[in-house]
Design a protein around this ligand. Structure first.
Ligand code: FES
Length: 575
């Protein structure tokens, strides 16, 4: 390579090879851990940022994978150091793991900045970990490879395949309707999460890891390998070998993450029927390299991208099937005419070059473009007086008859109100009503929880109703489905029009016209706005207060305003 680094160019030299007293301290402390000078002198120091914890169920194989990465790093002549980072796990963290995505991004960036590191392997997969790790590493801009956790094996109950999230919602609705017994529900609990790995539907985790690979930040094919497949271990050690090379080549995220790479990522998001959460995360990731993605770009690309991954929640199969069908490389090969194939990746080759030899093995799981699951992608962006800065819906996961709909609002002022009243026999609601949830956005949630798939009223479930129009400023799990309008912006907690909706108002949704309208006059809207009083803030101190002061709205990716790309942050002084 033309710009190949020499040992004396390594960033870690400032810590490890200087002749001053501080460098003496750094070397002596490396020796304290049992390393010899031969282990690290003149070698790229590779950070392995590991989001393992005892409560991070999707990453329970990461201790082993970290060792496999280290094996590769040693083989290639690097010096691996494992750095734990906040395991933002989707299941246990409250009030919402989204509250902590930016925390992980900050932690990742500062872990790398403050320590002697030349390159980094990021270990993530559970929903927020992919964007959080990438955002931080991109801002630091050291040579980086993203190691995706891989999906768990498909679930199993009574001979039926179970999908994470998607089948929870489905069978919970059946249980509430009286069609599933407590005993069967317990059997489903035993069978739905059978191995390490992230959710194996095309939820947020599978979407974001596919996006990381498409952006060029993972090894080709890495995101599709099931977590417990031996190929996943081999991919991990390959990441270790490759990251050392990338350091010498000085191949950094800023060389890879161009506007075209983000267009590829959006195209793939549509082709896989990816989660609506990807919009927020991609906007935030792009913001870290100074690229502004607006919502319209997602809708535009959606219009001419067929959805060809037949995966739940929009399709039939699960990620294990996707891997056996050829995985992401096979899918990318099917849509090559929609991609910028000349984008550089961590292999040092282009996206197009990485697809050589990719094979489509099962044309029902990954459909050819002339037989798609849906002719258009899975995202529509809505505007109107109810969402001046935008809202999104996933039409492929909604009941078609609800995509053009006008109905009366049933309004819940927050999630507690929803929980208390949704099953009230006296609630005035029918299948044509529109359920509205307020105060569930970035600040109001707080942390924009995945409440956007509002539960249906018990009495309607018992009547056989399985979908209704639902509107909120929340997000929705990538494994969820239904006619759910999400990310309404500005959010109600800061006085967006969603805060002004009242019980019985008519709301009109037209996905074909990309419209979301509250059917009241401008005068009435102004009158209500004048009467609106801001709620008291949730946090007076701590990270929550920092978050509230600096988080941006959904269309800006919910990153902190001070973390967008700006002036260079200086390297730390070593005194
Ligand atoms: Fe970790 Fe779904 S809970 S990816």
């Amino acid at each position: 390579m033309e710009h190949r680094k020499k040992p004396e160019d390594l960033r870690s030299n400032r810590w490890l090879t200087a002749t001053d007293m501080r460098a003496f301290g750094h070397r002596s402390r490396a020796k304290q851990m049992g390393y010899s000078i031969e282990d690290f002198a003149g070698k790229p120091v590779i950070a392995i940022v590991n989001t393992w914890s005892d409560l991070s169920s999707c990453h329970s194989h990461f201790r082993t994978r970290a060792e496999e990465i280290k094996r590769g790093v040693w083989q290639a002549g690097g010096f691996p150091v494992e750095l734990p980072a906040m395991p933002v796990n989707e299941t246990f963290m409250k009030p919402s793991p989204m509250l902590y995505r930016n925390f992980l991004a900050m932690e990742t960036e500062e872990l790398l900045r403050s320590q002697p590191v030349d390159g980094v392997v990021l270990m993530g997969g559970c929903d927020k970990t992919t964007p959080g790790l990438l955002m931080g590493a991109i801002s630091m801009d050291l040579p980086t490879i993203y190691l995706p956790a891989g999906p768990m094996l498909r679930g199993n109950w009574n001979g039926q395949a179970l999908g994470s999230g998607t089948d929870v919602w489905k069978y919970w609705a059946e249980k509430r309707a009286g069609n599933i017994s407590d005993c069967q529900w317990s059997e489903i609990e035993d069978g739905i999460a059978r191995s390490a790995g992230h959710c194996m539907t095309m939820g947020t985790a599978s979407t974001m890891t596919a996006i990381a690979e498409t952006l060029g930040m993972s090894l080709p094919g890495a995101s599709s390998i099931p977590a417990v497949d031996a190929n996943h271990s081999r991919m991990a050690s390959q990441c270790g070998r490759r990251i050392v090379e990338i350091v010498w080549e000085d191949l950094k995220p800023s060389n890879i993450l161009t506007e075209k790479a983000f267009e590829n990522a959006i195209t793939v998001d549509m082709a896989i029927g990816g989660t609506t959460n990807a919009i927020i995360h991609l906007v935030a990731i792009a913001g870290r390299v100074g690229i502004k993605l607006n919502l319209k770009k997602f809708d535009d690309i959606s219009q001419h991208t067929p959805m060809i991954a037949n995966l739940r929640p929009s399709g039939q199969y699960l990620m294990e099937d996707f891997y056996y069908a050829g995985g992401l490389r096979a899918l990318l090969k099917e849509i090559t005419e929609l991609l910028h194939l000349d984008c550089l990746t961590v292999t040092g080759q282009t996206l197009g070059e990485n697809l050589e030899g990719a094979n489509l093995i099962n044309a029902d799981v990954i459909r050819p473009t002339n037989n798609p699951v849906s002719a258009k992608g899975g995202t529509a962006v809505l505007y109107g007086n109810l969402a001046p800065n935008g809202a999104v819906i996933k039409p492929t996961a909604a009941s078609p008859h609800l995509l053009e709909h006008k109905g009366r609002a049933v309004v819940f002022k927050d999630y507690d109100d929803l929980s208390v009243r949704i099953n009230d026999e006296d609630l005035i609601v029918d299948e044509n009503s529109i359920l509205v949830l307020q105060n569930a956005g970035p600040i109001g949630g707080p942390g924009m929880p995945e409440w956007g798939m509002l539960p249906l009223p018990q009495k309607l479930l018992e009547k056989g109703v399985r979908d209704m129009v639902r509107i909120s400023d929340a997000r929705m799990s990538g494994t969820s489905y239904g006619a759910c309008v999400l990310h309404v912006s500005p959010e109600s907690f800061v006085g967006g029009p969603l805060a002004l909706v009242r019980e019985g108002d008519f709301i009109e949704l037209s996905v074909s016209n990309r419209k979301l309208e509250l059917c009241i006059s401008d005068e009435e809207m102004e009158k209500r706005r004048a009467e609106w009083k801001p709620p008291a803030p949730y946090y007076a101190r701590g990270f929550g207060a920092l978050y509230t002061a600096h988080v941006t709205q959904a269309e800006e990716g919910c990153d902190f305003d001070f973390l967008h790309r700006g002036a260079e942050t200086p390297e730390p002084e070593i005194h």
